[in-house]
Every structure is written in structure tokens, then in C-alpha cells.
Design a protein around this ligand. Sequence first.
Ligand SMILES: Cc1cc2nc3c(=O)[nH]c(=O)nc-3n(C[C@H](O)[C@H](O)[C@H](O)COP(=O)(O)OP(=O)(O)OC[C@H]3O[C@@H](n4cnc5c(N)ncnc54)[C@H](O)[C@@H]3O)c2cc1C
Length: 324
Amino acid sequence: MPVLSLRETNGKALQSNLDFWIDMDTMILRISTQSMSAILSEHHSLKNLSTLRLDATARYFADIREEDGLREIFSFVREHALPYLVIGGWSNMIFAFDEFPGVIIRTNLKGWSIDTNKHLHVCAWELVTPVSIALERDHGVPIFDRWFGLPGTFGGGIAGNAGCFGLEMSRYFVSCRVYDVDHDNFSMLTASDMCFDYRTSLLKSHPELVAVSAEFDLSTDFDQDRYRRGVEFRQLKQPKGFTCGSFFKNPPGDYAGRLIEAAGLKGTRIGGAEISLLHGNFFLNVDNASWQDVLALWDLAKETVREKFGIELIPEVRIVRNAS
Ligand SMILES: Cc1cc2nc3c(=O)[nH]c(=O)nc-3n(C[C@H](O)[C@H](O)[C@H](O)COP(=O)(O)OP(=O)(O)OC[C@H]3O[C@@H](n4cnc5c(N)ncnc54)[C@H](O)[C@@H]3O)c2cc1C
């Protein structure tokens, strides 16, 4: 396979101790020739990666194949002082840039097991719903009442303390192994370290901590009634289409969706972005929306609710601007 050194082909190439080159068949910039533990692409399109399907690119996109690749990529990040963003299923973030100036990092690291005490040991980049289905089908561990239909990965779920119908990740969380980007080392965090709260955790406020794997205690009982209500909610209330779930956190004692609906905004459209007619807290990309359309709709909802009800809506989704 013909390859060219990036330094030879591009005068502006970054200087690095790492071995990287362009694969001329795929035009992919590759890193770490020996192990192929990570692949870097330049000006990588992000359109199909996020559940909202917004159009943008990343200066560098890293696809990690082995755990060593994580260290290699972060060594590259540190060496060039680049901004970075770690993604899971990208179902809870919107971006506000045409090109992210640093490295967006995704991994293909997978794997999970369940022990005799019904403790789940899972790689942070496993998707929650397929693992939940397999746990119930193959291991008799009913989990649907807890995370039924939750999109995204365990890592993203832990970072945002995701949950359905009052049962958040924190309720079952035992520990997680994290990589500390700043110090280039791994450590274990237990529930008491994690500062879990409504849709947040230590990882959300410390993006330099990357969850690599986690343990959950799933030995508690299955709640049939909660499961039934969950199915009903997803079927009747949750809009289908390109979205990233609830945009705003529910304010104490109320619901963001109810407030947006009461403000008369359901169905409002700016460019290709629309507030769902089914649920006021779901914004949809209905026709090639730009990130500017989505943020304009977001500002409109926030300001209208503030004017009409005096309530400040706080974002649940993470808005990623030019640097993390
Ligand atoms: C249709 C739909 C329904 C939804 N329903 C719900 C719901 O019922 N309840 C709910 O809570 N959410 C819901 N969401 C939102 C979202 O799916 C969850 O918050 C999910 O847990 C996010 O996981 P993710 O892997 O997609 O994270 P991403 O969106 O990729 O990332 C979210 C945050 O986590 C960080 N992160 C990701 N992986 C790691 C890691 N390994 N280590 C450290 N940080 C990491 C990111 O940097 C980012 O800050 C819904 C979304 C959609 C589209």
C-alpha cells in the first residue's frame, strides 16, 4: 500500500515523535504504524456521527482501536496543545463550529461480562441498549426498567448520569476506571468520588478524565410497572427523527417540555430545526439544519420561557464550542 510521510507531503505538518503518515488509498492520516492502535483522519466529516446529524468537520478525528491508542492520541494532543473532545454515542451534545480545531476522539473499544453477583463489568464505549437487551435475553438480568431505550454509551451515560424515569446510572454505579489526560495515568473512581447529581458528574466537569470501563451492581429487582410506563413513554411521547434528547434540564418541580409548550413554541421552526410537536423539550433536525438554526431555536425557547414564566432553563445537552 503506497504511503507518504505527512512531513514530506505537507509543509505545515505537525512535528511529532509519533509515527504518522497518509494512506494514499483512503487518504486517511494514520498514526502509530506498529500497532495500528489508533487511526487519525484529517478534516473528518462529523455529520453522521451525532444523533442530531449536524454538518461540521474535525481538524483531526481519532478512531481508537486498542487501549494503547488512547495514550498515543493524547500524547499527540498534549504535544501540540490541541483542544480535544471525547465522544460516546454523540447523543447528548450539539456543536457550535464549522470545524473543530483539535481532535475528536471516539473508540471502538468493546466488551462486557456479568458476574455471579449480577455485577456488570463493561467497557465505557459499549452501547447501553444492546448490552441491556443481551443481559435480559442471555443472562436473565432484567434491566429494561432502568435504562429502557437509552441511546448512547455507558461512558456518556456515566458522565451525564443518564437515566429514565428516576433510575439514574448513579443508582447502580460501583466504580469506573478512568484515564487522566493531564497526568497520563489510569485510576479507579468509586461512587463517592463521582459527585453524581441530576444529569451531571465529576466527568462532565472534568473532561480530562476519560472513563474506560465501569462496574454496575444490577442485583436489584425488576419493576414491571416502571418498565410498562417506560415503554409507553418512549412510544407515545418521544419524537422520532434526528435529535439529541432533552435539550434542557427540568427545573425544580416542573418540566422544561411543559414550559416550552405553555410558551406556545411547539412546532416552531428556524431554518431546518424544529421544536417537536410531540414533546416541547425535543428539538429536531427536520431539514438539513445548521448548528446556527439549532442554537437560534434554543435561544428563542430559553428567552421566551424566561420572559413568560421567569424561569431560567439550564441546558442538559453539552454545547461544544471551538475548544473543549
Ligand atoms: C432519542 C433520545 C432519547 C434520550 N433519552 C434520554 C433519557 O431518557 N435519559 C437521559 O438521561 N438521556 C437521554 N438522552 C440523551 C443521551 O442519550 C444520554 O445522555 C446518553 O447517556 C449520552 O451518551 P453518549 O454516549 O451519547 O454521550 P455523548 O453525547 O457522546 O457525550 C456526552 C458527554 O459525555 C462525555 N463522554 C462520553 N463518553 C465519555 C467517556 N468514555 N468518558 C468521559 N466522558 C465521556 C462527552 O465528552 C460529553 O461531555 C436521549 C437522547 C436521544 C437522542
